[in-house]
Design a protein around this ligand. Structure first.
Ligand code: NAP
Length: 280
């Protein structure tokens, strides 16, 4: 049974389920089984990327699930190795082949790579692909406000989303506010900081009040802030746990207590400093 997950409307009218399933660090050989488990748990939104090397597993799960393509929202992201516009077009074709689907719902520039090349040209390649109708919405990931402003000055299409690291220890409120003011939905990656927030006493305390786990409290906080989230787990019981978020609500003082946990802690790289290019 699909869970009752609310949808948000992106700036081009496309609807995105606010809660999805992330597959970063899911072994390519295990991805089909894990995503099939996620579909069975009720997830209908999968976040993958070329650099995760598991798009084929997502495609296999989609095919084996028997679900209608239109019932599943799939995001993929352009590899750091393919920022050159010609390479971006070729890489998109490889994504489509691996996913085994005629279109992707959302396609993102994974990292801005500001010291390596010009992401404006890469964005123009995504705009051209969007124009073919084989991508329902385009967006960016790991863009700072400065990067978003540069795109706004140079480009025709406003990104539908900016996918950035956000969790209770990194609340990212100025960048989220910029997105809100400009019609860019924030997607929160590593929403439980890869597990680092789960023993936080405040999350444990608030969870105790509601009979919920710290993971559920953190994920519910993201949803009430209006961001999109896609926690990753390979365990079925955690898939169910991370989806059971729609029958309780955090009070204003609990939301504020979680906001106060912000300590600027990044589990991943800073976008201005991450310039890693994979071999492929
Ligand atoms: N755009 C980007 O640059 C970027 C970067 C990072 C992530 N992402 C996206 O965001 C998604 C989520 O981020 P993430 O995978 O880095 O981290 P995350 O979802 O914050 O945390 C995943 C970790 O938490 C554990 N976990 C999950 N649910 C749990 C629960 N209920 N209780 C206890 N432990 C739990 C998982 O372990 P088990 O698997 O062992 O259960 C895994 O070790 C990724 O899969 C990817 O789609 C994007």
């Amino acid at each position: 049974m699909p869970a009752v997950v609310p949808h948000l409307t992106l700036n081009n009218g496309v609807e995105i389920p606010q809660l999805g399933f992330g597959v970063f660090q899911v072994e390519p050989s295990r991805t089909a089984e894990v995503v099939l488990d996620a579909f069975e748990a009720g997830y209908r939104h999968v976040d993958t990327a070329q650099m995760y090397k598991n798009e084929a597993g997502v495609g296999e799960a989609l095919a084996r699930s028997g679900l209608d393509r239109s019932d599943v929202f799939i995001t993929s992201k352009l590899s750091n190795a393919s920022h050159d516009p010609r390479a971006a077009h070729d890489a998109f074709e490889r994504s489509i082949d691996a996913l085994g689907t005629p279109y992707v719902d959302l396609f993102l520039i994974h990292w801005p790579m500001p010291k390596v090349g010009d992401f404006v040209e890469t964005w123009q390649a995504l705009e051209a692909l969007y124009g073919t109708g084989r991508i329902r919405a385009i967006g960016v990931s790991n863009f700072t406000e400065q990067h978003l402003r540069r795109l706004a000055e140079t480009s025709a299409v406003t990104p539908a989303v900016n996918q950035i690291e956000v969790h209770p220890y990194l609340s990212q409120n100025p960048l989220r506010a910029y997105g809100r003011e400009h019609g860019i939905v924030t997607e929160a990656w590593s929403p439980i900081a890869q597990g680092k927030v789960l023993s936080d006493p405040e999350l444990v305390r608030i969870g105790g009040e509601h009979g919920r786990t710290p993971a559920q409290v953190a994920l519910r906080w993201h949803l009430q802030r209006g961001d999109v989230v896609f926690p990753k787990t390979t365990h079925r019981e955690r898939m169910a746990e991370n989806l059971a978020l729609f029958d309780f609500e955090l009070a204003d003082d609990e939301m504020a207590a979680i906001e106060a946990l912000d300590r600027g802690l990044r589990t991943g790289a800073h976008p201005d400093e991450f310039n890693w290019v994979p071999e492929d």
